[in-house]
Design a binder for this molecule. Structure first.
Ligand code: ATR
Length: 282
């Protein structure tokens, strides 16, 4: 008799509002083809008003989805409406990956994994640094702070234009995280082995203030979570000052892998061809 699992085909989504610029369908489509799987992954636009009904349709099976990814502006609501958020989601108050099991929606957040897996690949040993500086205190910054702390970085300085948001993160994450005023940037950089930009500084074409990276140790790594352009203004500055840089594209690719494994049953690999496919699409 034929094993019914052989013919089981799963479907997954990425939802956001808007969603048409998402590169996730390209990523998952590449892996489905590479692994010879018959499932599907598609962009499914859902407005904030319709989002609770969308989650309900996952639970009652009417959507036909095994799960999917959630992006701006739904990450907080996805967390709040899920039945089984994991500890990572709980601490962040936001989820980007959902899967359905026995009518219950499970939720996790893979952004932090994406961030650290990218550094593991391109700057192995990065986690030996004791101190990191993070520029920015938005939603993306939270996942990065959590991931870096969980990998053992002892001191994390958060520098943000709006001081209150940095302080909120220090309160949320506890003693390893320190909110610092913008004026303290060069001072706190002296001890850091890792500099992370999580802001959209320069993306609007505005001139980015010059950052003096040379106060950091010579073997420090500078990375950005923005990947369009691949070499952001901050990475370009750091490279010109002689520092090793890691762009943010790998974070996008690696954050996708755990969800794919949940929905389609196989762990995919982030390879150079996939990276090139996304670069060609930019
Ligand atoms: P995300 O969820 O992608 O992190 P966000 O919550 O809007 O997005 O956060 C964007 C981050 O970039 C914030 O830290 C923001 O600083 P504020 O908290 O002061 O708004 C930062 N940012 C954006 N544009 C900036 C600019 N021109 N100068 C300095 N910081 C900027």
């Amino acid at each position: 008799m034929r094993d019914s699992r052989e013919t089981f085909v799963n479907h997954a989504f990425v939802t956001g509002y808007p969603i048409k610029h998402s590169r996730s369908p390209l990523i998952h489509g590449y892996w489905l083809k590479q692994l010879g799987l018959e499932g599907s992954y598609r962009a499914h636009e859902v407005s904030p008003e319709a989002f609770p009904d969308f989650i309900a349709s996952l639970k009652n099976g009417k959507s036909g989805y095994a799960g999917g990814n959630v992006t701006i502006p739904h990450k907080e609501l996805a967390f709040a409406l899920s039945d089984r958020p994991d500890d990572l989601s709980d601490e962040l108050g936001a989820s980007n990956t959902l899967w359905v099991e026995d009518g219950l929606v499970h939720a996790t957040n893979t952004d932090g994994h994406g961030f650290t897996a990218n550094l593991d690949e391109r700057a192995p040993g990065w986690d030996h640094c004791q101190t990191a500086v993070i520029l920015g205190a938005g939603g993306a910054s939270r996942a990065v702070i959590q991931a870096v702390r969980d990998r053992g970085v002892k001191t994390i300085h958060v520098v943000n234009r709006t001081a209150a948001r940095a302080q909120e993160l220090a309160d949320r994450f506890g003693p390893a995280v320190h909110a610092q005023p913008t004026e303290a940037l060069s001072e706190v950089m002296k001890d850091a082995g890792l500099f992370i930009n999580t802001t959209s500084l320069g993306m609007d074409g505005a001139v980015v203030p010059e950052i003096d990276f040379t106060t950091m140790k010579a073997d420090s790594i500078v990375t950005d979570i923005v990947y369009v352009p691949l070499k952001t203004p901050i990475l370009a500055q750091a490279e010109a000052q002689g520092f090793a840089i890691v762009d943010g594209l790998g974070m996008l690719l690696h954050q996708a892998a755990p969800g794919f494994e949940k929905w389609f049953g196989k762990r995919p690999v982030v390879d150079a061809t996939l990276r090139q496919i996304i670069i060609d699409d930019m």
